[in-house]
Design a protein around this ligand. Sequence first.
Ligand code: CP
Ligand code: NVA
Length: 301
Amino acid sequence: MSVRHFRSLLDLNSQELRQILARASELKKMLAEGVAHEFLKNKSLAMIFEKSSTRTRVSFEAGMTQFGGSSIFLSPADSQLGRGEPIPDTARVLSRMVDAIMVRTFSHDTVETLAEHSSVPVINGLTDSFHPCQLLADLQTYFEHRGDIQGKTVSWIGDGNNMCNSYINAAELLDFELLIACPPGYEPMQSLLDDNKDRVRLLRDPKQAVAGSSLVATDVWASMGQEDELQKRLLDFADFEVTPELMSYANNDAIFLHCLPAHRGEEVSAEVIDAPASLVWEEAENRLHAQKALLEFLLCS
Ligand code: CP
Ligand code: NVA
């Protein structure tokens, strides 16, 4: 059987995604109840980080430890990647030593190239284009608190970035309506919008985008690698802060999610992110459980 990768959510079909989300909740329960689950004993995960991380690194490392396996952190600063060793060579070498490779990088092509030359699963831990691991956690959080997301309305407010692109993938796989409000010039990938005209709408008014919504999500206005654009972005996104007033246009039981790290007073106000409707801490925790379910799916099925 050919090796399965997780370059974007679309490497899964709807049924597989649902299976992983259900398993994530099971694994969460097993961990809480102290049930042994060393399903990846003696397996190892190489983790390449070309950008900073707290949640992704810790959740993958802790997850591998809980599974009885181990993880190896690699950064360009202290590996040959930083000295120009080609990605295909890195993929070939790591494939012979570890059981899976996770990569956080800039260009999505790097993930594609790694996957092309790797004989073990490659997992996208964030690129400029997608952040599929985060979507596993976001969806798990929604399912655990509100049930099935199919047919629901979800709002994305702010930058049409890697997270937004992955929300579009999720809308396609799980059949929900996605209303995106972003300023001109900050739209998500046009090809994704074109492929999902029936369920994804691009709007300019955040109030219109949260009307009837069950889930309001946002992210930073300047992603990693865009630090130089921050001042311009602060001006361009000024009308896109998720405030209590904006949340009042959503459904009464709408939840708020943010992949974190967050900037209170920019993309979200403290009154929203620190309120009971905000499930961001559980969302962050679910990175651990969802990625364990993903690792098990890729390595054991
Ligand atoms: N949400 C997320 O991916 O966090 P880190 O950048 O800390 O990994
Ligand atoms: N869009 C953000 C997500 C961080 C987890 C970034 O790419 O920096």
